[in-house]
Design a protein around this ligand. Structure first.
Ligand SMILES: Cc1ncc(COP(=O)(O)O)c(C=O)c1O
Length: 391
């Protein structure tokens, strides 16, 4: 817990906001409130991409350094969730990571049930539904009023459940779930827990050891300050050697550079989930983006985002906007959603007035990040209220 002096006042976070803002060129022309979709570019993420391009240009090829960069990116991701680099695998998307996890599960026997929440990003539901051809039976945890009741897992998770698939944060309105509680229920029934933490990592503290998740995946383009084309998967160390993903490739071997075409051995680390040549330039950018988050500290970021989140909830209410989901900031990601008539039209109109929100289905999401100010939040709310009122 922060001491009284470390606690952010309603006006400023504990870190140097102005210094970080100076590193994001976009802030001179727009107010990005779309971090639930895509974080803005920073000086260091741009420089990281250029480092790869320079290396390619100057050396022609430097696979040792490029593969090392992927390893360093795994380490940076591991720091965010209190894991070790050897518990991390790399993919190009969360969909791929989820499919790889699903492929390790044998659905032929009695334990063939997959428990999935209705709050998952659609791709997660699709991956599990695709397993029905392999014998899986998908059961859903319902969303009611934009939230999931914590005890709804009790009736559904049982001794036939192979895996529970739960998002940490709901992409639509930012509602967050208590992962430790879900893990406890899953493990009591002998099931595994897979977590999609794409909407929380970088803005909500996650400690995989404390939560007890067996798998946790996230991509990089939201609160981790990165780009599309790369995602990471944590696999709990004690499980690694029992798992044999059906999606595999040479980077999943104990020594990828041994080139034994007839020998399918498995890396002793989570690298056994790696497949082919990794997304190298994406790893450069991803590491740089995650390094900013680790440098500031997710705890300090979260404290500031709770101040901004409360401002969004209160300010939305004062302006007559309709909140989607919970008004409890302690159970929300950094994203606050308001119900609107035509979200894509609203997004377009807001962009014209200098705000970048994120439209999704029935809502407009306002998702600040560590660099956002109270003035940003107030301006975004004013513009949203005026656009909605004018329509
Ligand atoms: C919670 C969540 N999971 C998954 C995804 C998408 O995953 P990917 O496109 O990397 O498969 C998104 C959004 O892009 C998301 O918000």
């Amino acid at each position: 817990m922060p001491t009284e002096t470390e606690r952010p006042s309603s006006a400023a976070p504990t870190y140097d906001l102005a210094a970080y803002r100076a590193r994001i060129p976009l802030l001179t022309s727009l107010i990005p409130m779309n971090n639930c979709s895509q974080a803005p570019q920073t000086d260091v993420t741009r420089a990281a991409a250029e480092r790869y391009l320079d290396s390619w240009n100057q050396s022609g090829m430097d696979w040792d350094a490029w593969v090392e960069e992927v390893q360093l990116a795994k380490g940076e991701f591991a720091r965010i969730i209190n894991a070790s680099a050897d518990e991390i695998a790399v993919f190009s998307s969360v969909s791929e990571a989820t499919s790889a996890v699903a492929s390790t599960i044998d659905f032929a026997g009695n334990r063939n049930k997959v428990v999935v929440t209705e709050a998952e990003f659609p791709t997660i539901g699709h991956v599990w539904l695709a397993q029905e051809r392999r014998g899986a039976r998908v059961n859903w945890i319902p969303v009611r009023d934009g939230m999931i009741a914590p005890d709804s897992y009790h009736a559904v998770v049982d001794e036939r459940t192979a895996i529970v698939s739960a998002c940490h944060g709901y992409y639509l309105n930012g509602f967050t779930q208590d992962l430790a509680r879900i893990a406890e229920r899953a493990h009591a029934a002998g099931a595994l827990l897979y977590v999609d933490a794409y909407q929380t990592l970088g803005s909500v503290p996650v400690d995989v050891r404390a939560t007890g998740a067996d798998f946790l995946a996230a991509g990089n383009l939201k609160y981790l300050m990165g780009i599309p084309g790369i995602a990471f998967l944590y696999v709990r160390r004690e499980l690694i050697e029992q798992l044999h993903p059906l999606m595999t490739g040479w980077f999943g071997r104990s020594n990828p550079f041994a080139f034994q075409v007839k020998q399918l051995d498995w890396s002793a680390t989570a690298s056994r989930f790696d497949s082919g040549t990794p997304p190298v330039i994406n790893a450069y950018v991803a590491r740089a983006g995650m390094a900013i988050i680790n440098e500031i500290g997710v705890g300090d970021i979260r404290r500031w985002l709770e101040v901004l989140g409360q401002r969004l909830i209160d300010g939305g209410r004062e302006r007559g906007l309709t909140l989607h989901g919970t008004p409890d900031v302690s159970h929300k990601t950094a994203s606050t959603a308001f119900v609107v008539d035509d979200s894509h039209a609203v997004e377009l109109l807001m962009r014209r007035r200098g705000i970048v929100p994120s439209a999704r289905g029935p809502v407009i999401r306002l998702a600040p990040h560590f660099y956002s100010t109270i003035a940003d939040v107030d301006t975004a709310l004013d513009v949203l209220a005026s656009v909605v009122g004018a329509r």
